[in-house]
Design a protein around this ligand. Sequence first.
Ligand code: XIL
Length: 289
Amino acid sequence: MLVAENVMKFDAIEPTQGIFNFTKADTLMDYAEANNMKVRGHALLWHSQVPNWVSALPYSEREAALQNHIDKILTRYRGKIHSWDVVNEVIKNDGSGLRNDNETPGTSDYSVWADTPTDDSLIKEAFYRANAVDPNARLFINDYSIEVMGTSKADALYNKIAGWVSQGVPIDGVGFQSHFLQSPAPNITGIRNNIQRYVALGLEVQFTEVDIRINTPADASELASQAEIYGDLIQIVLDYSNVDTFLVWGVTDKYSWIPDFFSGQGAALLFDEAYAPKPAYNTLKNKLQ
Ligand code: XIL
């Protein structure tokens, strides 16, 4: 399965209002088709990588812009996307509501897609619209630091989603981005408990952007403990029928986003900078065999 790291984001697809650039996304779709691969769509409503023209719109005009954006993309790729990240990273990092445009621009709490911490109207609209245009795509909300039950952001997201499910919002599942650290390792029991409560809501869970970063340079024991964590995560996929998807956020450490965003860290993926398979790769292979 492929996912576009950047080329299906809002600023890449619609850099100018009403002018769509599908060239790079089409290349990825064609590659997937030629190689019999599924595709995850990423991402429709997100506070980041939004073009300036959207940010400049008054709030009242953003709904129509979002609708048109979703209509054009989902129509073009209708029937070809396995799952869409319809909504990405809408919960504030401290779990106190939705990112919104009353926060300070440039801070992580700011988003053009809500007007207050409780205003979820555009978020729900994104799901309804996506469902109307491509009813066969599985529709996801995706986020980070929401994987472990009992942490404030995870519980805030769960409560939001439970509310939407009871209102009938067409949402199929939750993407656990899973940008983890090798140390301290993620709480695997807490992740399993979280999945269990999404099962109870009738939802799927996908691991959507897995990488497990290490302070660089990584030594052999760190790579071994990283491999163990990858193994614990793939075991979850093997154990739960509502978890069937596991994507890593990149192929080789040579082209990972981690060193650019977390200084002093890296070595997070399955292949090293020379494309040699790492212990984590062998652990996943053994588990899947
Ligand atoms: C990252 C890309 O990997 C980088 O190339 C880009 O500069 C910024 O975005 N959560 C997400 C992804 O949902 O879209 C982000 O991807 C990583 C965090």
